[in-house]
Write a protein that binds this ligand. Structure first.
Ligand code: HEM
Ligand code: CA
Ligand code: CA
Length: 306
């Protein structure tokens, strides 16, 4: 079982060491926050929260080489690497704290530092030794997924509809590449070619920011209201037809989760409580202990390779 005091004897100050490394990195670039949060999600959904997503390979066959992970921003990886270096610079902590736990702590820290809830994070996950491009297939949601697909994928990890709605609120910060939603604003199967569930002025704005032959590296803010604040604006956006992806807007268009969206839109405390409960459950997915894992010396390679 995971616990909140896991490093009490081996590295008692680990939480403040990680927090200050994360804070320094966030002051350098805001992307630190969304990039770290998304990295945690992608890690936990594939082989559990074991930092498998961080492993690199010489032949581009690691998890992070899968197309679904190629849009993970480098600053998330860099945050964990920097926090790990800070932890390892303390002699008693050297190689005592897993990369998976550092990612979980850094995620908690970026949420609090951008205005979201503070919570205690459970620790004691070991790092995995396997990372393959193939293991990502069918394990991560797509922006054009419908509610049944999203529900099934989250349910396979023990996450409820409320958890799905709460965790999707992570889209209250961060960026998306234009290609993730071009279908909705240019190629929708309707006369106007625009998805009717998008607020029309917002769709026009998106078309301006993302012209049809836009540079594929172009990214836009996902929450047009408060792009750098972790708040419940995401749900207010959904009520106004300003969900960026089909997977976002469907949480309001589909009547099943709509009352949850309405609750979170009107009550930030209800959102924060549900988010903390859900991300705590997310952090328990497939965690490894004992002989099933290790504490990696370098977050991007398994021990004993070189
Ligand atoms: C429910 C299904 C979800 C889908 C379909 C989805 C899809 C996406 C997509 C397509 C992007 C844009 C990536 C890019 O083009 O760079 C994105 C960004 C992001 N997602 Fe999700 N996501 C989902 C759930 C989540 C969850 C559960 C979390 C975290 C708890 C999360 C956190 C983020 C963050 C923070 C970003 C911004 C990343 C950045 O700015 O670098 N997402 N998501
Ligand atoms: Ca993983
Ligand atoms: Ca926001």
């Amino acid at each position: 079982k995971l616990g909140v005091d896991y490093y009490r004897n081996s590295c008692p100050d680990v939480e403040s060491i990680v927090r200050s490394a994360v804070k320094t990195k966030l002051e350098q670039t805001f992307v630190t926050a969304p990039a770290t949060l998304r990295l945690f999600f992608h890690d936990c959904f594939v082989r559990g929260c074991d930092a498998s997503v961080m492993l690199a390979s010489w032949n581009n066959r690691a998890e992070k080489d899968n197309p679904d992970d190629l849009s993970l921003a480098g600053d998330g990886f860099d945050t964990v690497i920097k926090a790990k270096a800070a932890v390892d610079s303390v002699p008693e902590c050297r190689n005592k704290v897993s990369c998976a736990d550092i990612l979980a702590m850094a995620t908690r820290d970026v949420i609090a530092l951008t205005g979201g809830p503070s919570y205690t994070v459970e620790l004691g996950r070991l790092d995995g030794r396997i990372s393959t491009r193939a293991s990502v297939r069918h394990h991560l949601p797509h922006p054009d997924s419908n509610l049944d697909q999203l529900k099934a994928m989250f349910a396979s990890h023990g996450l409820t509809l409320t958890d799905l709605v709460a965790l999707s609120g992570a889209h209250t910060i961060g960026f998306s590449h234009c290609s993730q939603f071009t279908k909705r604003i240019y190629k929708f199967k309707s006369k106007s070619r625009i998805d009717p569930t998008i607020n029309l002025p917002y769709a026009r704005q998106l078309q301006q920011m993302c012209p049809e032959k836009v540079d594929p590296r172009m990214a836009i803010q996902m929450d047009p209201g408060t792009p750098q604040t972790f708040d419940n604006m995401y749900y207010i956006n959904l009520q106004q037809g300003k969900g960026l992806f089909t997977s976002d807007q469907t949480l309001f268009t589909d009547t099943r989760p709509r009352n949850i969206v309405n609750l979170f839109a009107s009550n930030n405390t209800a959102f924060e409580e549900a988010f903390v409960a859900a991300i705590t459950k997310l952090g328990r997915i497939g965690f490894k202990t004992g002989k099933y894992g290790e504490i990696r010396n370098d977050c991007s390679v398994v021990n004993g390779i070189v």
